[in-house]
Design a protein around this ligand. Structure first.
Ligand SMILES: C[S@@+](CC[C@H](N)C(=O)[O-])C[C@H]1O[C@@H](n2cnc3c(N)ncnc32)[C@H](O)[C@@H]1O
Length: 270
């Protein structure tokens, strides 16, 4: 690879021709994904891969697939869910209507985990809870609305559901898939939303926005946190991913509730 061999033409092609906003994401992440496709196509340089990409539509699909950040699961990072459980008990005790936003919800397992948690805990009044779940990806939302998940060995849904103790009433098991029960789906509404360019929402008691910020470059993180802040009620809660951080310029806007589980509270205006 010569020093003039750069990833830039590939990223520009993906942004302009394939309509995937590479400029939102951090370069280390993009480089890892492009490099993995380069290995798969035996391309020895970015330039070589770029010429493959331009002429091969199947490879364009493969790259888009590799770039979509869709790793998710039910009850991902269980200790975080213990914290969310405590907050949902408190919120439903104090308020007759509790609105939660699962932002960047991927294929729906995160908002369905919220709903299952609410249904499974006697100390949480699930009838008070409504959940809005959003993502930028229409494909992810289609799976989410369907509520059916393939149970592959590498993606063991039963162990993900261990958090619930006895999950059987919330899922129906088929041969190689799991279907989420109607009672769990009922409080969840799905909608497409872009966290960087989309408008803020309002009136949310909790925003769960996990495992997207690690892929986003610093410049685009601040608009995401502004969107979350403006969507929260006074004293509303924000939960971000375990390895994610609030940009320095936004830290004073949130108070830490549980540093390890990355749970914060927005004290409100002024
Ligand atoms: C790794 S998944 C995280 C899913 C879930 N929150 C979790 O923690 O398991 C990241 C999700 O962010 C979505 N995403 C990427 N950019 C986005 C944006 N600008 N606005 C909204 N969602 C976005 C992707 O489509 C993907 O579904």
């Amino acid at each position: 690879m010569s020093t003039s061999d750069t990833i830039q033409p590939i990223l520009e092609f993906v942004e302009e021709e394939l309509s995937f906003a590479t400029s939102y994401y951090n370069e280390r992440y993009l480089d890892r994904r492009v490099s993995s496709r380069m290995r798969r196509t035996d391309s020895g340089s970015y330039a070589e891969y770029y010429s493959v990409l331009k002429r091969d539509e199947a490879e364009q699909e493969e790259l888009l697939d590799a770039l979509s950040i869709n790793v998710t699961g039910f009850f991902r990072n269980p200790s975080v869910w213990e914290g969310i459980q405590t907050l949902l008990r408190k919120l439903t005790d104090e308020k007759s209507s509790v609105r939660i936003w699962s932002a960047a919800c991927a294929d729906g397992r995160e908002p369905y985990s919220l709903s299952m948690l609410a249904h499974s805990d006697r100390e949480i009044d699930e009838s008070r809870i409504s959940i809005l779940a959003t993502d930028i990806s229409e494909d992810a939302l289609e799976t989410a609305r369907g509520g059916v998940y393939q149970d592959l060995q590498t993606d063991d849904i039963s162990s993900q559901l261990d958090f619930l103790g006895r999950p059987t009433q919330y899922i129906t098991r088929r041969d190689d898939s799991v279907e989420v029960a109607e009672t769990v789906r009922e409080p969840v509404e799905f909608e497409r939303h872009d966290l960087i360019n989309g408008r803020s929402k309002s009136g949310f008691d909790m925003v769960v926005c996990r495992n997207i910020l690690i892929y986003i470059n610093d410049e685009h993180k601040t608009p995401i946190f502004e969107t979350i802040r403006d969507s929260l009620v006074e004293d509303g809660y924000m939960v971000i991913g375990k390895s994610e951080t609030i940009p320095i310029g936004m830290r004073q806007e949130f108070e830490s509730v549980n540093a390890g589980d990355k749970t914060y509270q927005y004290p409100g205006g002024e």
